[in-house]
Write a protein that binds this ligand. Structure first.
Ligand code: CA
Length: 427
């Protein structure tokens, strides 16, 4: 897996959220890492057989037989859900398109209204969990456009049907989906979701993420909290509960109170792009000594604080110093584009200005075939990218930097069509 945190098995949420996120709509679908389709010589069991097995499994795992039977007994698979898994990863937008689909003037303005409306509970959540309100509201805005999509029955889907479809139709991750389905059934059995207020029943994204901040069922079980004091952990109709649950999740994954995610920086005219390797932390003082300056005036309280440098669109685009909290945002979703979207929306909600440097907008994104071609050509030349899976993650970017360095190019690890043409033309 060529993805920043995908190997962290403790993150049950991890890679799934981005394409589950309702707020990003089709952008979110396109951003998702592709699920590899396993080659298999034997025909998979029929949906009916699989469904029967799921009922037995659930009944053996804290779901009353009657609930499992009622929920699954007559269920048919949802072909749209399987189509969505197959379509992931092939169509990719440039990173700035993802960011700008979410960090819009309308979403900034709506978020600032929510900050005002919910000022009292947000202050209490900040105090209890140590996560700032701007970050929490940014997650909310990205995940569900502040909850506005949750009642849109043309967008959300029945969670049990989606997860049963995936359990039986996605053999590469069947156990993951089965466990999420079991958790969803347990939530129903325990009467935790206020179904009387949910016209579509227990609904979520096509992959089963639920509520204002889009928790998978197992994440709900581990991290959801009742913060408004009605005795229910209600992430579906209580924004306060959902925001506190997200704060609880972030704190559990190491959020550092009082620190931001990082900030945009300006690089000196001549700069070794290889220093932006996204893995080597240096102190803010060390970065300053390398000529890396904050893009906007900001007070740096602690120059010994560590940060890594990233160039998400190469040396021609904006540069960012990332503090440890950025890695916590990535625990919600492992896609760099996702995490940067949340981070930049949180800044705008706080009242900070937009980016000082524009993106290299003339570039188009590589297609899935092109990304795999690039990876296999790099690998052939001795620059290992991990899997040839079409995902441009840290390993592929490291391989790109090594290749670029060998060619005397700026080693920014950015995969663009010009670089692909160059490597295709080389002997
Ligand atoms: Ca509650």
């Amino acid at each position: 897996m060529d993805d920043r945190i995908m190997s962290a098995s403790s993150s049950r949420y991890g890679r799934h959220t981005v394409f589950y996120a309702l707020g990003l709509g089709i952008a979110a679908l396109a951003l998702a890492p592709a699920l590899a389709v396993a080659a298999t010589d034997t025909a998979p069991p029929s949906f009916e057989t699989c469904r029967t097995d799921l009922i037995a499994w659930a009944a053996a795992h804290d779901v009353p037989q009657a609930v499992a039977q009622a929920q699954l007994g007559a269920l048919e698979p949802d072909p749209d859900v399987l189509a969505a898994t197959r379509n992931q990863g092939e169509f990719v937008w440039p990173i700035w398109d993802y960011i700008e689909a979410s960090v819009t003037p309308a979403r900034i303005e709506a978020g600032q209204r929510k900050l005002a409306e919910l000022a009292t509970p947000l202050a209490a959540i900040e105090t209890k969990y140590g996560v700032d309100r701007y970050t929490l509201v940014a997650f909310w805005g990205v995940e569900s456009t502040y909850g506005t999509v949750l009642d849109n029955l043309s967008v959300v889907k029945p969670v049990v049907r989606s997860l049963a479809t995936l359990s039986c139709g996605d053999p590469t991750r069947a156990a993951y989906w089965r466990d999420e389905l079991t958790a969803a059934l347990q939530i129903l059995a325990r009467d935790e979701a206020p179904l009387d207020k949910m016209p579509g029943g227990l609904t979520g994204s096509w992959a089963g993420a639920m509520g204002h901040t889009q928790f998978m069922p197992t994440v709900y079980q581990q991290h959801a909290v009742d913060f408004d004091g009605d005795g229910k952990r209600d992430i579906w109709t209580s924004a306060t509960d959902a925001l506190a649950s997200t704060a609880n999740y972030l704190r559990a994954h190491g959020w550092r109170s009082g620190e931001g995610w990082g900030h945009e920086v300006v690089l000196p005219e001549t700069f070794d792009a290889a220093l932006a390797d996204e893995t080597t932390p240096r102190s803010l003082a060390a970065w300053r000594d390398l000529g890396v300056k904050p893009a906007h005036d900001r007070a740096i309280a602690d120059e010994s604080a560590q940060a890594t440098l990233i160039l998400p669109a190469g040396i021609r685009g904006p540069a960012f110093l990332l503090r440890p909290n950025f890695a916590v945002i990535l625990r919600y979703n492992t896609a760099l584009a996702y995490a940067l979207t949340v981070a930049l929306l949180s800044d705008r909600l706080r009242g900070d200005p937009g980016l000082s440097r524009d993106w290299p907008r003339g570039d188009r994104a590589l297609t899935g075939d092109e990304r795999r071609d690039l990876q296999s050509r790099l690998t052939e030349r001795g620059y290992a990218t991990g899997d040839v899976d079409g995902k441009i993650g840290p390993k592929t970017r490291a391989a790109l930097r090594a290749y670029q360095g060998s060619q005397g190019l700026p080693a920014d690890g950015y995969a663009d069509p010009a670089l692909l043409e160059r490597i295709r033309a080389a002997p």
